[in-house]
Design a protein around this ligand. Structure first.
Ligand code: GLU
Length: 478
């Protein structure tokens, strides 16, 4: 039975790189009929942020990745929050001390600083030589200590990674890392091994930053007589060729993109393709399709550059296929914020906008025409808009047509006759229909771009408002 896990630290923020790690672990588990586990790695309590676990759980939920075991839902291998497993780690650390694979270290911060100042690049195994009796006595005296891993001084270690192939590390490049801190909490270096084993994790999918330290973890698996998991390390998502996409860019979080108006599944779909490909040219894939075609050998060894324009494009495909009701529901908060007082047919506005926005926040720009002309807000009508090069129209033409535009609106707005009447007006004046339509739409809105022509604008404003607008323009033109 395949078991994978997502093991975030609760920092209050879910980077989309983290979300992608979770996604691959989720897809791999689901593809193989296995289980996807959420484990919270909160052993560095100085980094912990209140409410951070909820942020992670809610992000996974929005992204459609439902974990089988973890906080809240529970499971047979809990607890799934590391700070609640403190006693478990201590028990195994003591076993390792017993077997000589780890040792107690009493070195003070000052001593460690001194050896580094003197040129040491790693801990010098000073406390390894302490006798059992001395260790016992110092612990009994209440001296603070940590437990360190005892890494061999010579030799190399090779393991196989599913993405990077065989990885070899020289032991001399590895440090006797701390496994248990003086407060009794484990470090990542220890807890990941204990938990992956005890939770029955078969495939360990995580960031490439752990690629070179994995031999240390393998020593622990071996010392405890446990099988190692299959390793799958992932390249980071890059901002450009030289920089990782980082929190400092201000928009690397899943929530940041949701706030910008991306749809959760569009984000998931896009990041799935950043580092993996389905071996055909498909780019738009539902969660079920992703599960169906996911495989480890589609993972890339090279890193990928995040392209927001591409993600926008993908998002637009999902926006277009939303049921109209759903799009309107998502658009409403934008309307409320943008136009707290304006009374128009917002449901109809949604119909006009749905095919014209890539991400929801584009609504602001696409609907700005509503505020283009507003006497109260001191936004005077821009008469230069009547001039259109293609149609060869101008303000004078508007002056000549405005009375009839008003009359036609009064008589025919919201009926099938409107279009014919505007056509007839064009014929009567020896103009092209496009010229009349241009003048008419500009007069109704005072905006260069609108999501629809005059007819749509009247449907949006209602007949009375449309007439009122035209009359105001007439006054201003005279
Ligand atoms: N807590 C680690 C991190 O957030 C998890 C790494 C892993 O998946 O093993 O980087």
């Amino acid at each position: 039975m395949v078991r994978t896990r997502f093991a975030p630290s609760p920092t209050g923020y879910l980077h989309i790189g983290g979300l992608r790690t979770a996604l691959y672990a989720y897809l791999f588990a689901k593809k193989n009929g296995g289980k996807f586990i959420l484990r919270i790695e909160d052993t560095d309590q100085t980094r912990e942020v209140k409410g951070a676990v909820d942020i992670i759980i809610s992000a996974l939920d929005k992204a459609g990745m439902h974990y089988d075991e973890g906080p809240i839902v529970g499971g047979d291998y809990g607890p799934y929050i590391q700070s609640e497993r403190k006693a478990i780690y201590l028990e195994y650390a003591e076993k390792l001390v017993e077997s000589g694979d780890a040792y107690c270290c009493f070195c003070s911060k000052e001593r460690l600083e001194d050896i580094h100042k003197a040129g040491a690049t790693k801990y010098d195994k000073h406390c390894l030589s302490l006798s059992k009796a001395e260790v016992k006595e110092r612990i009994a005296r209440g001296e603070p200590y940590v437990i360190r891993q005892n890494i061999p001084e010579h030799g190399t270690s090779t393991y196989h990674d599913e993405v990077f192939g065989d990885v070899t590390v020289d032991f001399k490049d590895l440090e006797d890392n701390i496994l248990i801190k003086s407060d009794g909490m484990p470090t990542y270096n220890f807890a990941n091994v204990i938990d992956d084993h005890l939770m029955g994790i078969t495939h360990c999918i995580r960031g490439v930053e752990y690629l070179m330290s994995t031999p240390k973890y393998n020593l622990l698996y071996d010392a405890l007589g446990w099988d190692r998991p299959v390793y799958i390390h992932l390249q980071p998502i890059m901002r450009d060729a030289n920089h990782k996409l980082s929190k400092r860019d201000g928009d690397a979080g899943f929530e940041d993109f949701l706030n910008k108006g991306f749809l959760p599944h569009a984000i998931v779909n896009y990041i799935a393709l950043l580092g993996w490909n389905p071996k055909d040219n498909r780019e738009k894939l539902s969660m079920d399709e992703l599960i169906d075609c996911f495989s480890i050998d589609g993972l890339q060894k090279s890193s990928s550059i995040f392209d927001e324009t591409k993600m926008r494009w993908l998002n637009s495909l999902y926006v277009k296929e939303l049921p109209a009701k759903e799009f309107h529901k998502l658009a409403k908060p934008y309307y409320n914020k943008l136009f707290p007082k304006r009374k128009i047919d917002y449901k109809y506005l949604s119909e006009l906008l749905q095919s014209r926005v890539e991400i929801l926040s584009d609504i602001a720009e696409r609907a700005a025409f509503l505020d283009a002309f507003d006497e109260k807000a001191d936004k005077p009508f821009d008469f230069t808009l009547f001039a259109n090069k293609k149609w060869k129209t101008d303000e004078n033409m508007a002056r000549e047509l405005i009375d009839e535009c008003i009359a036609i609106t009064k008589a025919d707005a919201l009926t099938d006759r409107l279009s014919d009447s505007l056509n007839a007006l064009a014929e009567k004046r020896g103009l092209k229909k496009g010229q009349v339509l241009w003048i008419y739409r500009i007069a109704l809105t005072g905006a260069a771009a609108t999501p629809g022509g005059g007819e749509e604008m009247i449907k949006l404003f209602g007949k009375d408002e449309a007439v009122k607008r035209l009359e105001k323009v007439k006054q201003a033109l005279n």
